[in-house]
Design a protein. Structure first.
Length: 236
């Protein structure tokens, strides 16, 4: 058995961002551990390589999946079969529940094969112009505004002390609120980059000082990030 980590395009009409190995792997894989079955089925159909989706088996692995459930899934998979892991978008197992499947594979001596594909986190860091030698991905910030403000200050403090770029994400419908809070809470000389809809037709990457973001906020000229997949990056 091999566990293939299969990336999904970050945006529509971006199949060319994937390695040719993706199509080759899908052709010989019958079992899938996926974050969203509908997304996975739609992606395989979009490859147009003649795979009969009705003959494939999908197991959903999300934030609520535990080790017991995952073990039950693997019991249903033949030992000689290939297994694919897919995220909702981008590279699986990075800020993604698919990491549980990868951990299981290592513990049971199943070969793990990562395939080349787009990672919004690394693409954003590449395009930010900020420190790419030392960086940390922090996941999501707190939902509560006061707690989020504390988290922002702590990230800024860590960034300054460690000379480390801090990367985080937000639920897309809260992006605009987070950007406004960052513009208000960050120290003037802290650099802030937003990277939205990466690889998409309306891709947007802007990197500048917090004081400039605050000026844009005052002029009501902040970009609209509502429901747009966005990476936030700061460096104090």
């Amino acid at each position: 058995m091999k566990l293939y980590l299969i990336p999904i395009p970050l945006s529509e009409n971006a199949l060319d961002s994937l390695s040719p190995m993706v199509k080759q792997t899908v052709l010989v894989t019958q079992y899938y551990l996926v974050e969203n079955v509908r997304t996975a089925r739609r992606f395989i159909s979009s490859l147009k390589i003649g795979v009969d989706i009705s003959q494939l088996t999908f197991f959903e692995v999300n934030k609520d999946t535990n080790l017991q459930k995952l073990t039950e899934y693997f019991k249903q998979i033949p030992s000689e079969a290939n297994v694919g892991v897919m995220s909702e978008a981008g590279c699986p197992a990075v800020a993604d529940p698919g990491s549980l499947a990868v951990s299981y594979a290592h513990k049971h001596r199943i070969q793990v094969v990562p395939l080349v594909g787009p990672s919004s986190i690394l693409l954003a860091l590449m395009a930010s112009g900020l420190n790419g030698q030392s960086f940390a991905f922090q996941g999501y910030l707190p939902i509560d505004r006061s707690e989020r403000s504390k988290a922002i200050k702590n990230l800024e403090k860590d960034s300054k002390q460690k000379k480390q770029t801090q990367i985080f994400i937000e639920t897309p419908y809260r992006n605009n609120h987070v950007l406004e809070q960052l513009a208000n809470d960050l120290q003037e000389e802290t650099s802030l980059c937003i990277a939205a809809n990466l690889t998409g037709e309306n891709e947007l990457v802007i990197s500048k000082k917090a004081k400039e973001w605050k000026s844009d906020l005052a002029k009501k000229q902040l970009p609209d990030l509502h429901k747009q997949p966005t990476i936030f990056i700061l460096l104090a």
